[in-house]
Design a protein around this ligand. Sequence first.
Ligand code: ATP
Ligand code: SF4
Length: 313
Amino acid sequence: MMQSLLVDNLKTYYFTNSGVVRAVDGVTFELKKGESLGLAGESGSGKSTLALSIMRILPSFAKIVSGRILLDSIDILSISEKDFNKSFRWKKISMIFQGAMNALDPVYNIRDQLYEILKYHNYKDRFEDRAKEVLEEVELESSVLNRYPHELSGGMKQRVVIASSLLLKPNLLIADEPTTALDVLVQAEIINLLKRLKREGMSIMLITHDLAIISEIAEKICIMYAGEIAEFGRAKDIYTKPMHPYTQALIKAIPRLRGEKKLSYIKGSQPNLIEPLEGCRFRDKCPYVMDVCKKTPPLIKSNDGYVRCWLYK
Ligand code: ATP
Ligand code: SF4
């Protein structure tokens, strides 16, 4: 079981032709032993970039410019790529990518797709046993190994994707929108599967625009807005007493959100991450904006977390 994850003032920027995109801009949160995290926020707030930073699989023009990521007290950003790949990536931390079920290669059967992952990790000899084991963990029959992606339903494909992320027995699983594009019943099955993995000891970092789903899995929640965490705290506090005006708007929107994709919760343009607003980044959308919000970025400690809002000073 994972002991702890600490992300400390992490900044990940994309260096593009139009400027430096500050996609993750000073993100801090901590997960203690056995805790799972829900990461929510509108499209473009930096959720996937945060996940890719933890996995260290960013595109070449992206850079982690500062901050630390400690997994069980080991700073995984200071390890060489070779060692990270040997001992951490897929082994300790694994990830289900957004849209992965639609990216399964149509010309290979499931056995080949799983083998492709294992062959780089000295598991070759025990492949067949491990593949069957992992399919059992996601409640698929071993005959699925002989099937091709087009022969599987959406839910089965997503289980294969989850199985492939479990092959090397990680203890932290990052799941980026794992239920998007599935119908409601299948969504519920996949959530139940993630819940079971969690019960069996896996820490899960669930990225979604759907706060209702997070409530089923996570003890902690990060609400992201414009590359920052607007609010971080215990799930039950955030559901019952959301503090940040953005979180309040998200919670209010829950019944509408189910199943909708890429929804922007608050009307108005997407925040500019090349030249973010000074002070509070939410201030052009906030009904409570005050003078101080225009000048100084807020960061206020809360019960077991923090909130970026001057209303709580
Ligand atoms: P979604 O829910 O749509 O996946 P997200 O919250 O995961 O959104 P990110 O994909 O991390 O957000 O994007 C954060 C910011 O970084 C956005 O402004 C986005 O435009 C920018 N960004 C993401 N990927 C790239 C990239 N490959 N090149 C340049 N900018 C990028
Ligand atoms: Fe609104 Fe000010 Fe709080 Fe920002 S700091 S969310 S502008 S009240």
